[in-house]
Design a protein around this ligand. Structure first.
Ligand SMILES: CC(C)(COP(=O)(O)OP(=O)(O)OC[C@H]1O[C@@H](n2cnc3c(N)ncnc32)[C@H](O)[C@@H]1OP(=O)(O)O)[C@@H](O)C(=O)NCCC(=O)NCCS
Length: 392
C-alpha cells in the first residue's frame, strides 16, 4: 500500500481587535511594563470583545485556512478543535464550528492545555495516515481571558485570546508530518489548574467566593518543567524523524515566555535566528499560540518549501508535545494515487445503494404492516384469527 503522508495545505488565524497593553495592566494590578517585559517578553495581548467567542474565532481562522487550501467546508472530512476554554461544556466547540462553517463531517474537541494544538495535529495525522480521512481541519482556539482573575498579577499579565487553524491533507509525497512525540505527567497538574467549575468542585456560591473558576499557577515550577521538556521533546521528535538539530530550519515553540524559549534554545544549542517568537504582541494564547505563530512565520516568508519545521508545546496537565513537519509547496497539485481518488466516489455509490436498499426495506415493512392491520378485522370476522393461548 502507498504510504500516506499528511501535509499542511491551508492556514489562517484570528485575533480579537481589542488590545490590552502592559500600560493598561499597570492600571489594574500592581505591576509594571518593565517587570512584564523583563520577566516574560510580553508587551500586549488581545482579548475578546462583544460577540467574539471561541467558536467565532475558530470559524474566522478556519475560513482563511480553507481559502488558502482552496477547499470548501463540505470538502472537510473531520474537524478537531484544541481548546481549554470552550464556549460551553455541551455542545463542543468543534460541533458548533462544524455547523457554523457549513461542514458536513464529524467534529470533536480535544483538551491538552497549551499543548492541545500539537496533540490535535498528531491526531489528525493518524486519521490521515491510516486512510480513514483525507482532509482534516485542525484548530487551536482559546478565550483564556474568561478564566483569568484580573486581580491576580501572577497570571493576568501572561495570557491572551486568539485562534489559529490549519488544513491537513493526504499526500503521497514525503512532506508534512514526519514525526511526533506526546507526553503527560499528571502529577504536575496542581501547578497549572482551574480548581472549580467541573464535577470535582461544581459551581456554587462558595466556589465563586473561593475564586476557584480562575487559572492558578505555580510559575516557577511551570517554568522549570517547560525549559526541560521543550528541549527533550524537540530532540525526541527529531530522532523519530531521522533528523538532527542541524536539519531544523525553524523551531516554533509555544509562546508562553521569552525566557523559557531562550533557555530551551540555549540548552539545545539552537541560535535564536532559527526560533520563531511573536509573544510580545499576543502573550500566551494557550492552544492557539503555535498555529498563530505558524501562520505569522508563513506570512513573514520564514517558511519555504523543503524546510524542516519543529513545533513544540507544553502546558497544563502537565503535558508536552513536539512534531517535525517537512514543508511542501502549498500550490502543488495533489497527486493522489488513483485508488485514493476513486475511493470517495465508490464509497458514495455504495452508500447510496445501501440507502436505497434501506428505504426499500422500510417501505416494504410499512406496506406489510398496513396490509396486516387492514386484514386483521377480516380475519377476526371470519374466525380465522388464532387465539394467542388457550384462555383467549
Ligand atoms: C510567572 C513568571 C513570569 C514569574 O517570573 P519569575 O521570574 O519566576 O518570578 P517569581 O515567581 O520568582 O516572582 C518574583 C516576584 O515577582 C512578583 N510578581 C509576580 N507577578 C508580577 C507582576 N505581574 N508584576 C510585578 N511583580 C510580579 C512575585 O510576587 C514575586 O514577588 P516576591 O518575591 O515578593 O514574592 C515565570 O515564573 C513564568 O513565566 N513561569 C511559567 C508560566 C507559564 O508559562 N505558564 C503557562 C504555561 S502553558
Amino acid at each position: 500500500m502507498t504510504q500516506r503522508y499528511s501535509k499542511i495545505t491551508g492556514w489562517g488565524k484570528y485575533v480579537p481587535s481589542r488590545v490590552l497593553t502592559n500600560a493598561d495592566l499597570e492600571k489594574m494590578v500592581d505591576t509594571s511594563d518593565e517587570w512584564i517585559v523583563a520577566r516574560t517578553g510580553i508587551r500586549e495581548r488581545h482579548v475578546v470583545g462583544p460577540g467574539e467567542t471561541n467558536t467565532t474565532m475558530s470559524v474566522a481562522a478556519s475560513r482563511q485556512a480553507l481559502d488558502v487550501a482552496g477547499l470548501m467546508p463540505k470538502d472537510v472530512d473531520l474537524i478537531i478543535v484544541a481548546t481549554s476554554s470552550p464556549d460551553h461544556f455541551l455542545p463542543s466547540v468543534a460541533s458548533e464550528v462544524q455547523y457554523q462553517l457549513g461542514a458536513e463531517c464529524p467534529a470533536f474537541t480535544l483538551t491538552a492545555g497549551c499543548t492541545g494544538f500539537v496533540y490535535a495535529l498528531a491526531t489528525a495525522h493518524q486519521f490521515i495516515a491510516t486512510g480513514a480521512y483525507n482532509r482534516v481541519l485542525v484548530i487551536g482556539s482559546e478565550v483564556i481571558s474568561m478564566f483569568i482573575n484580573w486581580e491576580d498579577r501572577n497570571t493576568c499579565v501572561l495570557f491572551g485570546d486568539g485562534a489559529g487553524a490549519v488544513v491537513m491533507e493526504a499526500s503521497s509525497q514525503p512532506t508534512g508530518v514526519q514525526s511526533f512525540v506526546l507526553g503527560s505527567d499528571g502529577s504536575g497538574g496542581k501547578y497549572l489548574k482551574v480548581r472549580g467549575g467541573g464535577c470535582a468542585y461544581p459551581i456554587s456560591h462558595e466556589m465563586i467566593e473561593d475564586k476557584a473558576m480562575y487559572i492558578e499557577m505555580n510559575g516557577r515550577k511551570v517554568f522549570k518543567f517547560a525549559t526541560r521538556v521543550m528541549g527533550e521533546a524537540t530532540l525526541q521528535a527529531l530522532d523519530k524523524a531521522g533528523l538532527t538539530l542541524d536539519d531544523i530550519d525553524l523551531l516554533i515553540p509555544h509562546q508562553a515566555n521569552l525566557r523559557i524559549i531562550q533557555l530551551a534554545a540555549r540548552h539545545l544549542g539552537l541560535p535564536m535566528e532559527k526560533v520563531f517568537v511573536n509573544l510580545d504582541r499576543y502573550g500566551n494564547t494557550s492552544a492557539a499560540s503555535i498555529p498563530i505563530a505558524l501562520v505569522e512565520a508563513l506570512e513573514q516568508g520564514r517558511i519555504r518549501e523543503g524546510m524542516n519545521i519543529c513545533m513544540v508545546g507544553f502546558g497544563g496537565g502537565l503535558t508536552w508535545a513536539a512534531t517535525v513537519v517537512r514543508w511542501g509547496q502549498p500550490a502543488e497539485p495533489v497527486e493522489w494515487p488513483l485508488v485514493w481518488r476513486f475511493a470517495p466516489t465508490s464509497h458514495k455509490v455504495s452508500m447510496a445503494a445501501a440507502k436505497v436498499r434501506l428505504h426499500a426495506r422500510q417501505l416494504a415493512d410499512i406496506a406489510s404492516y398496513r396490509a396486516s392491520s387492514l386484514l386483521l378485522p377480516l380475519y377476526t370476522f371470519a374466525g380465522l384469527r388464532k387465539p394467542k393461548n388457550k384462555n383467549d
